[in-house]
Design a protein around this ligand. Structure first.
Ligand code: PGA
Length: 241
């Protein structure tokens, strides 16, 4: 794991966004794995800025998102589909037909998981995956567990995740289930960047970087991947350097 520490989250986000631009400049039809949540939002602002300045185009990029809540309309402001449109896709020249996200309203959720995994493989796999990290060490919605769920699957969210995310739900109860890419779906990406900021993430970052490699701390498994860059600000990195 390469640890890249910056004084501020803006610094981390800028460096991470440049790594993403480099990927797209080298391979115009890159397959990018996107994440939602507060962690990558500044990265997306930088990507929008670079696009508007004419430094990068996303015209040929294919996107796959990590996860989506079960039982929520794509048009609902709390859906991750909406988040991606609002925070990135509608501000850049990406082809919206090439932006994939799990359908949390599918009649057959198991089939939806299977099809999503197949779609990633048929696109040639993910070139660069962006990740945040939960305070409990989750990546995507791969929650701490005794076993690894490898492929895209349905997950019951832990109380810690519900406590962290329920503040965003004002007009409906936060869903308790989600569809998420699995640990192997993430580990198959050629390159991974993880971004974390704030003291709430410091313990999860420390445990992921120095602790036991275990599905009980899902992000620790990333240490088995050959190309992972972890971007932390001073607060999230306070125990590691
Ligand atoms: P956050 O969530 O970026 O909103 O802190 C990260 C995550 O839960 O993966």
């Amino acid at each position: 794991m390469k640890i890249i520490r910056s004084a501020t989250h803006f610094g981390s986000s800028k460096k991470a966004s440049l790594e993403i631009c480099r990927q797209v400049l080298i391979k115009k039809d890159s397959v990018l794995g996107f994440a939602t949540g507060s962690s990558p939002m500044e990265i997306y602002k930088y990507l929008i800025q670079y696009y508007k300045e004419g430094l990068v185009t996303f015209k040929q990029v294919t996107a796959f998102n990590l996860d989506e809540y079960v039982g929520i309309e794509k048009t609902h402001p709390n859906s991750y589909a909406y988040f991606m449109k609002d925070n990135l896709f509608s501000h850049i020249d990406i082809d919206i037909n090439k932006c994939n996200i799990e359908n949390g309203l599918a009649d057959d959720l198991e089939k939806e998981c299977e099809n999503y995994e197949k779609a990633i493989d048929s696109a040639g796999g993910i070139d660069l995956q962006i990740l945040g990290i939960g305070t409990n060490g989750h990546i995507g919605f791969n929650e701490p567990s005794d076993k690894i769920s490898a492929k895209t699957h349905i997950v019951k969210l832990t109380q810690s995740t519900i406590d962290s995310n329920s503040k965003y739900f004002s007009d409906m109860q936060m869903p308790t289930k989600a569809i998420t890419m699995g640990i192997a779906s993430i580990m198959k990406a050629k390159k991974i960047i993880l971004i974390a900021s704030g003291k709430e993430k410091a313990q999860a970052i420390y445990d992921s970087v120095y602790g036991e490699i275990t599905p009980k701390m899902p992000a620790s498994i990333l240490r088995l991947h050959p190309d992972v860059s972890v971007y932390v600000d001073d607060e999230a990195g306070k125990f590691i350097i």
